[in-house]
Design a protein around this ligand. Structure first.
Ligand code: 5BU
Length: 377
């Protein structure tokens, strides 16, 4: 663990204080959510069917502030933008108060990661508040993702509804217009062209077609996404507003697996990239806090976390999974290492009662945070 980071002001600061200092809107929101729910727990929802994913998100939602997904291991993922799995997860996130983090680990040239983030069937950016990036390709991947998020953000406030109607005289055919125009941030309704300008000028009615294309641009707020989903999905977690539309990025700066190839220099390069993109990068996937310069206030989220088996002492050492994964306890990761959020998958998912176990993890991780900042519980 890095001693310099342990002396950094964020090590002893409360999440409420860090919310006040946060410049990234989503980081500010997340810190406040953590205080409200008394939770610094992220569930790694590594289940293999959409049904299980939604069930576990609903059950564990009250205990967590972040739900981490690997959408590509989920069978039966429904890609429909309004009623599909992403939208349903979004409704659960609003109801229980958590953010969705797609652990996609982008790692390609800028133009490719932009498309992987915003296009394809999954359209990750539409439903994931947070994603992460591998820094192997260099800083350009971060810049590219930031650009894509900014473009998406500028369009998301408006939804385009296009209706095409054929005026009189009725024709068998009508001029085809683009029925799926790309959403653009035009703030007002527009009729092209007004029907009054489309008289037939004495030509034979039967061959005249009149097309009225109406595009209305409606402000979008999140309840829109709930429409078409099951009843009750419009419910919103009490005590905090809905998350901002700004998307956030985590840089993968350290890994939990044994023998991983990440070096100190590599981690440092990740920190430098984060400092250069503070309005998009919220923090890191790391094994400890990486805040070292005075102005740093990045969130560290840490996978490779488990509690000792029932009855065993918490000496910080937990057996790995036999496939390279190494585990540390919440008290070591949060209390000593200065991590802010622990990411737990199988420790919760494989428990006899995942709900009870998630609460156990939440309490332990929160206690470790309170102890770290010297707060009485
Ligand atoms: P586990 O079941 O708690 O071991 O799951 C850990 C999750 O975190 C899993 O989804 C991994 O893909 C993810 N992970 C990790 O374990 N270690 C890392 O360094 C990174 C991600 Br990056």
């Amino acid at each position: 663990m890095c001693a310099a980071s342990n002396r950094h002001p964020t090590f002893k600061a409360s999440f409420a204080e860090r919310a006040n200092n946060a410049t990234h809107p989503l980081a500010n929101y997340l810190f406040r959510l953590m205080e409200l729910k008394k939770s610094n727990l992220c569930l790694s929802a590594d289940v293999t069917s959409a049904r299980e994913l939604l069930t576990i998100a609903d059950r564990i939602g009250p205990s967590i502030v972040v739900l981490k997904t690997h959408y590509d291991l989920v069978a039966g993922w429904d890609f429909h933008p309004q009623t599909g799995t992403g939208a349903k997860l979004g409704a659960l996130a609003r109801r229980h108060g958590f953010l969705i983090f797609e652990d996609r680990k982008f790692g390609d040239i800028g133009s490719t990661v932009q498309l992987q983030y915003t296009a394809g069937n999954a359209r990750i950016i539409d439903w994931a508040h947070i994603v992460n990036v591998n820094m192997i390709p260099g800083k350009a991947a971060v810049t590219a993702l930031q650009q894509a998020a900014a473009r998406w953000r500028s369009r998301v406030n408006y939804e385009v509804r296009t209706s095409v109607s054929v005026g009189t005289p009725v024709s068998d055919s009508f001029d085809e217009e683009d029925e799926n125009p790309t959403p653009a941030p035009l703030p007002s309704s527009k009729e092209l062209p007004p029907p009054s300008n489309l008289h037939n000028n004495g030509r034979k009615g039967s061959i005249v077609s009149i097309t009225t294309l109406t595009q209305s641009f409606e402000p979008v707020d999140s309840p829109r996404f709930a429409s078409g989903i099951a009843e009750g999905d419009e419910l919103v977690y009490a005590g905090i507003e809905e998350p901002p539309w700004e998307r956030g990025l985590l840089i993968l700066a350290q890994m939990s697996s044994a023998g991983n190839l990440i070096t100190k220099e590599y981690t440092q390069a990740c920190v430098e990239a984060a400092r250069e993109h503070k309005d998009f990068v919220m923090g890191f996937i790391s094994q400890e806090t990486l805040n070292s310069e005075q102005a740093d206030d990045f969130i560290s989220m840490t996978p490779g976390c488990q509690l000792p088996p029932e009855g065993d002492e918490d000496d910080g050492n937990i057996a790995g999974d036999g496939l390279g994964q190494q585990y540390n306890t919440p008290s070591k990761l949060v209390g000593l290492g200065g991590s802010d959020i622990v990411i737990v998958g199988r420790g919760i998912l494989k428990a006899a009662s995942p709900q009870v176990e998630a609460e156990q993890y939440r309490r332990k991780a929160w206690k470790a945070y309170q102890t770290r900042i010297g707060q009485q519980s």
